[in-house]
Design a protein around this ligand. Structure first.
Ligand SMILES: [Zn+2]
Length: 285
């Protein structure tokens, strides 16, 4: 059994002091994700565990005397709309800590970019980090991969301009995933039994990295010591935010700086394609 308790304790307010630098903000989110991973770890042997989440009533507007709480997020997060990837939960953050933009496939359309621009321009103050968060098993990325593998399926989304724009926005990452897999595993990789699953895993990571790279360029005039762009992938099984590495998902959440240029983006693709997890996926039926 697990007890999850939200606790307001006026004597422990310093715990909610916002991070002072992008590095501190990144650590805060990674530690929050580590807490979230532990939060729903069922204790073995049937014993009971208790997790306490501190909250600040003032941030909910409860303790304010007739006033509206000021919006004071320390990070912007662009994530997917997927119901299994709730941003505040994943990073173990309460109200007024994150400015969240969610759209299928965390595709960066005009409205999303406009929302992020608004936050950067008007919610400054505590803002230290701009995070792009993809997630494993993404349905939007899966639709784009399926369209790439069987172009006739494009007809299913072609009738809707709105759906089409999401799939089209993901296609560059899908093509980059295919190129990286072929580079590492040879031209016959497309015949591997687990090619589709490996493509989805790869395309999720590369789409997230590419979106972060784009955002870094969009906000190139902002001092990176004030606001930094990072990215990561939320893994639905381990609940960890990280990027696939040779060790797989190692239990140490992390967020990464986007590739600085085209060659670094290709290197990232090759590095992920070389991971044993991808090799195992390719072999799986
Ligand atoms: Zn998704």
């Amino acid at each position: 059994m697990i007890d999850i308790i939200y606790r307001y304790d006026p004597t422990t307010q310093p715990a909610l002091i916002p991070p002072a630098t992008p590095d501190e903000a990144r650590v805060r989110l990674c530690e929050g994700n580590r807490e979230f991973m532990r939060l729903v770890d069922l204790p073995t042997g049937g014993e009971r565990s208790t997790h306490i989440i501190p909250i600040d009533l003032a941030e909910l507007g409860v303790a304010e005397q007739g006033g509206i709480p000021r919006q004071q997020p320390f990070a912007i997060v662009l994530g997917c709309s997927d119901a299994r990837a709730p941003i505040e939960w994943i990073f173990n953050q309460g109200c007024n800590s994150l400015f969240v933009v969610r759209v299928a496939g965390n595709v960066l359309g005009n409205e999303c970019l406009g929302s992020i621009e608004y936050a950067v321009q008007h919610l400054g103050g505590n803002l230290k980090l701009l995070v792009v968060l993809g997630h494993s098993g993404c349905g939007a990325v899966t639709a784009a991969v399926d369209t790439y593998l069987k172009p006739a399926r494009y007809l299913a989304v072609a009738n809707s301009q709105a759906l089409r724009s999401i799939v089209d926005g993901l296609m560059l990452a899908v093509r980059a995933a295919a190129a990286a897999l072929e580079h590492v595993h040879g031209p016959s990789v497309a015949q591997a039994p687990g090619y589709r699953d490996a493509m989805i895993e790869m395309a999720v990571a590369l789409n997230t990295a590419m979106t972060a790279k784009t955002l870094k360029y969009e906000f190139r005039d902002v001092d990176p010591d004030e606001l930094r762009v990072v990215f990561g992938v939320y893994h639905l099984v381990s609940r960890e935010v990280d990027l696939l590495s040779a060790q797989g998902y190692d239990g140490n959440p992390n967020l990464y700086e986007p590739p600085a240029h085209e060659a670094a983006f290709r290197e990232l693709g090759v590095r992920i394609a070389s991971c044993p997890v991808i090799a195992a996926m390719l072999r799986a039926k």
